[in-house]
Design a protein around this ligand. Structure first.
Ligand SMILES: Cc1cc2nc3c(=O)[nH]c(=O)nc-3n(C[C@H](O)[C@H](O)[C@H](O)COP(=O)(O)OP(=O)(O)OC[C@H]3O[C@@H](n4cnc5c(N)ncnc54)[C@H](O)[C@@H]3O)c2cc1C
Length: 229
């Protein structure tokens, strides 16, 4: 999988800080912009996160490009509605030479992997036969596996990214979308250090776990480590 940060709001931290400050100031936006140095931006953004006043975070937008994500993971991805997506279409793009993602649990077992690869070949052959028989792409794709790799462009505002990162960096999320979330988190943090400071799973960022009996148990380790400090 490849993940790239395609575009983002310039000076995103400052834009959010300025929007927040404007709510409580009689000043003009120009005067506010000039008065905000980096320390004040950091202070304001951290305060908004701490108080949960996150609507100013919606002024900053970040767009990522994803290559080689399975259709399994992309289906999980597009369940998040507060986002914009563009995904390569299997209705319009021929899938004859489709790429696919092999789960680590299959990759590590030689016999299983051989059967998995054989199944990909069978799917490809059947797809090709249907296409040769004149079946349109939009119908031939019904025989494609969920492992088929896909490319997408995805945009969210900073508030929506924070919520998504909480869900998808959690170990309860599946390995592939979790890898996407962890890589996205690094990209967002390098573009906008204050907005995404201390972002990630709630066990790490807030020392709470909302997964109940499905919890992975990591929260117990984190709590005991912090109790010792
Ligand atoms: C570990 C894990 C396991 C999952 N398992 C399943 C599963 O088995 N089956 C399944 O179907 N899904 C499953 N999901 C998907 C999950 O239920 C959500 O659909 C997905 O994570 C998107 O979350 P969201 O609705 O909070 O995000 P978004 O759609 O981006 O929404 C963000 C927030 O906006 C608000 N919002 C958005 N739309 C509405 C609305 N219509 N009404 C009111 N408020 C709204 C809510 O506050 C919401 O939290 C799973 C997700 C995870 C992380």
């Amino acid at each position: 999988m490849k993940v790239r940060l395609l575009q983002f709001t310039p000076e995103a931290d400052k834009t959010v800080a300025m929007a927040a400050r404007l709510c409580y100031s009689a000043s003009t936006t120009t005067a506010l912009e000039e008065s905000l140095d980096e320390a004040e931006v950091a202070r304001l953004v951290r305060m908004l996160r701490r108080l949960g006043h996150l609507s100013p975070f919606e002024h900053a937008s970040f767009t990522i490009a994803i290559e080689g994500l399975s259709r399994t993971a992309s289906h999980q991805l597009v369940r998040s509605r507060i986002a914009s997506y563009s995904q390569q279409s299997q209705r319009y793009i021929d899938q004859l030479g489709f790429d696919y993602v092999i789960p680590p649990s299959v990759e590590s077992e030689a016999k299983l992997k051989a059967r998995f690869l054989a199944h990909m070949d069978v799917s490809r052959d059947l797809y090709e036969s249907l296409r040769d028989a004149g079946v349109p792409k939009e119908d031939a794709r019904f025989v494609l596996p969920q492992a088929v790799a896909s490319n997408l462009v995805m945009s969210k505002n900073a508030r929506a990214w924070l919520e998504w990162l909480e869900l998808r960096t959690c170990t309860r999320s599946q390995w592939e979308i979790r890898e996407l979330a962890n890589r996205t988190l690094s990209l967002l943090q390098s573009a906008s250090p204050y907005l995404f400071e201390n972002a990630g799973p709630p066990c790490v960022t807030q020392h709470v776990c909302r997964e109940g009996h499905l919890s992975c148990g990591r929260i117990d380790t984190i709590r005991s480590e912090n109790a010792c400090e």
